[in-house]
Design a protein around this ligand. Sequence first.
Ligand SMILES: Cc1cc2nc3c(=O)[nH]c(=O)nc-3n(C[C@H](O)[C@H](O)[C@H](O)COP(=O)(O)OP(=O)(O)OC[C@H]3O[C@@H](n4cnc5c(N)ncnc54)[C@H](O)[C@@H]3O)c2cc1C
Length: 609
Amino acid sequence: MIKLSSKISVRPLQTGVLKGITISTSQRCYSTRNRIFTKNTNYFYTTNSSSNNQNQYNDKGNIKFWWTTAITTAVAGSLGFYFNDYMSQRHVDRSTSSIEDNNSQLYKSTLPVESTETLKYNTNKEELNQLIVDLKSVLENNNDNYTSSSSDLKQHSDSDFNTHHPTENQRPLIVLFPHSTEQVSKILKLCHDANVPVIPYSGGSSLEGHYLPTRYPTISIDISKFMDNIIKFDKTDLDVTVQGGLPWETLNDFLNNQGLLFGCDPGPGAQIAGCVANSCSGTNAYRYGTMKENILSLTVVLPDGTIIKTKKRPKKSSAGYNLNGLFCGSEGTLGIITEVVVKCHVKPKFENVVVVSFPSIAQAAACTSNITQEGIPVNAMELLDDNMMHLININDQTEKNDWVEKPTIFFKIGGNTKEILTELIKEMEKVSKKHEAINFEFAPDEDTVDELWEARKVALWSVLDSAKVLSKNAKIWTTDVAVPISKFSEIIRETKLEMNKSGLINAIAGHAGDGNFHAFIVYTNKEELQKCQVIVKNMVKRALDAEGTCTGEHGVGIGKRQFLLQELGQDPVDLMRKIKLAIDPKRIMNPDKIFTIDPNEPEYVDNEF
Ligand SMILES: Cc1cc2nc3c(=O)[nH]c(=O)nc-3n(C[C@H](O)[C@H](O)[C@H](O)COP(=O)(O)OP(=O)(O)OC[C@H]3O[C@@H](n4cnc5c(N)ncnc54)[C@H](O)[C@@H]3O)c2cc1C
């Protein structure tokens, strides 16, 4: 009893869970003792009663019996006590060790970066040489299947549009061009066994330093060269199975011929695996959803070479975890996507584009919001600000060069008859007038539809052209945020004020229907770059304060890691890290992207330039 109570007095100092263990242990000790004691008691009574009934023991015999019984009872009792004590001690030991275990990171639901070990990859020259020999052998020692030319290595590290650029030394060792999922699996297994990081690459159109090789050594795996086929098209089911390296425009051309379309339209040259990895969208997302909503199934090679298929092809499934959702937006940090089954959408038989200009962003935004609330079915609502309209005019990017230089919304509408479109246009004109539109036009015939939409499509090139006039070293900072629709116009207004005040060339294009907008800012030197960084930080802060997100469609890469942390807080990001390390314990997949994975991350990893 003393022992028990002394244990009780010690243990409540521990956690609530431990208190629970203490109590149940104590109860078990008591009940075990009671059981032993009761057993002896029963034996005693039974013997006693038997002696009484049969009267076969004399006094001496009775004394001998009592002594024997007493000694047996004492020995059994002591043994029982010590056994019991031993067991309870063992229990204590076990619970003590589970106390330690419970405190260990293994049993935690999240994983702060401080609880991970410093990243160390294999830098042994001989072993790396052997790895390269083995990788080339997987690709049949054919020079078409890999490259180490400096221009190819550079192309697989950076692009003009990136917000973060690598140093001269940050290059992959080699770029591999596999032909099949099986080859990707063999490549990953070799890199995994050798403890060498890998960066997947598709179209290279991502913007936040997504494929920047932060670590030495790095192997780049580019699936665009040979894994760009359409595998299976099912018109009845309205889905298509493609290899990950297929450009989205090629898929769209194929589907167009079938009277269908692909729901997303990101940057030119982006490929389906890159679209999934970055959870992309584009102008069509308002009507057809983002990439997340357009995936039916994925084939993914995990870091150790395991090949998985996330689902079959049904339009809906509640079978298990949503692995499509896990890999969509994983930015190459969890595995390599080699095949994708995507939804196809039926193209409207007739389409038109309506272009409406407004005195202010606020009026333009209010009009789009009103059109949504009225239930007028439009397929896209794209906003270009006054600066953007001016840049399109002066750079002759479209046949028409007399656009009204005011905030302008480009609406895409569709229907199965011309009459439906005429009705829609009438309704839109009514709503636009209510919001003081200063110009309202639409394509008079089918040929001019594309011409009107062209202005939306060339927006970025117009900014780029203006930048090049300033200096051939000029670069563009392209970034995006998204907010609830009700906050859309206010955030843009404040961001525009700050951008215009900076004196830097700038413009805004927004997917108004989704509350998502892009800022384009030109810089030509370090000082201007620093101005850009401040503008972007403030723009993200405004979006987060307005319950928005630091990126609506471009993703996090290396450029927005700190913003993700500001947006979600520590625990959700620690959960992402926990998931990452469960799938990729060696941390070889696209290191340092989305969140930090090294408690002692070297400064050069995020050089902010
Ligand atoms: C001019 C321009 C306009 C743009 N407009 C839009 C827009 O309107 N909407 C939009 O959403 N985006 C837009 N973007 C951004 C970009 O096009 C998208 O982020 C696109 O999804 C990137 O695809 P990608 O094939 O180029 O991928 P990449 O740039 O090659 O890679 C992107 C990320 O995915 C990873 N990755 C690549 N391949 C694989 C794979 N097979 N498996 C796993 N991970 C992989 C990479 O490691 C990297 O982290 C634009 C970009 C540009 C340059």
